[in-house]
Design a protein around this ligand. Structure first.
Ligand SMILES: NC(=O)c1ccc[n+]([C@@H]2O[C@H](COP(=O)([O-])OP(=O)(O)OC[C@H]3O[C@@H](n4cnc5c(N)ncnc54)[C@H](OP(=O)(O)O)[C@@H]3O)[C@@H](O)[C@H]2O)c1
Length: 244
């Protein structure tokens, strides 16, 4: 099998938060398939095997303890990818109109898409390697772009990702002072065939839908090629900047 040249993933310590998810697990498979030495740290809410680290994404103490355990074991990290996220919850789906806004749905969406990344930033960004380029990347979405919003709808998801984008920008500014080698970005995978998107992809006949493996490759390209001038950017699968 052809090995791809993901230089930045070589000899790197890479943490994937949401390692059991569609995109998270595809990135891990791709990393394992590289003919290189590295350490892959899988962080999940429910362990599927003993090497994974369990973390409650919504619990301050759990995120703190997980980051502390990883720091003790690995000292620092070169790449952190947060691949968690939520779009539909139980019977709740993205709102087509403001009439469908529901507090419980809004709360669930914000908890995982926005609040959890805040806590991940707090406890994991101090682990970013200070000696050479290190990256913290959050799975965002084009739908979180305010300037790109021409269709409307999907109030909760759009807003949760727009707030995530503000977190990314703000964290990038602080990191520019505290760790000049660190880069913080949002990454947009395009539409990908996963559990998150499956209720909606049937209707998207005219849209290109990527396999998880394709999306993982695109996202790894972004992380491989990003530089400090792009700190704070939201970057799509084509490696193009998405305006906030
Ligand atoms: N798929 C797309 O078309 C698409 C497009 C744009 C952006 N994105 C973004 O890409 C990211 C990954 O999505 P995906 O497509 O890979 O979806 P997915 O297969 O449903 O994976 C979602 C991940 O989030 C985790 N998660 C969800 N709710 C959680 C909760 N309450 N507590 C802890 N973990 C929770 C899941 O953990 P479990 O495995 O334990 O359930 C899983 O790891 C999301 O941020 C999404 O917004 C996806």
């Amino acid at each position: 099998m052809k090995k791809e040249n993901y230089q930045r993933f070589k000899n790197a310590k890479i943490a994937i938060i949401g390692a059991n998810g569609g995109i998270g697990s595809a990135i891990i498979n791709k990393i394992y398939n590289l003919d290189v030495t590295n350490e892959v740290i899988e962080i999940v809410r429910t362990k599927k095997h003993s090497n994974q680290f369990e973390m409650d994404m919504l619990d301050d103490n759990s995120i703190f303890s997980c980051a502390e355990e990883i720091q003790k074991k690995y000292n620092n990290l070169d790449i952190i990818i947060n691949a968690t996220g939520l779009l539909h919850v139980g019977n709740y789906k993205p709102e087509r109109t403001f009439r469908e806004i529901n507090y419980d749905y809004l709360n669930e969406i914000f908890k995982i898409n926005t609040f959890s990344p805040f806590l991940i930033s707090k406890y994991f960004s101090p682990l970013l390697n200070k000696n050479h380029t290190s990256i913290i990347a959050f799975l965002s979405a084009r739908l979180g772009s305010i300037s790109d919003n021409s269709l409307g709808g999907w109030y909760s998801y759009r807003s949760s990702k727009a707030a995530l984008n503000m977190l990314i920008k703000t964290l990038s500014l602080e990191l520019a002072y505290t760790n000049k080698n660190a880069i913080c970005i949002g990454i947009h995978p395009g539409t990908v065939d996963t559990k998150l998107s499956s209720p909606f992809t049937e209707k998207m006949r005219n849209k290109k839908i990527f396999t998880k493996d394709e999306a993982a490759g695109y996202l790894m390209n972004i992380i491989n090629n990003v530089d400090s001038l792009q700190n704070g950017y939201i970057i799509d699968w084509q490696e193009k900047k998405i305006d906030y």
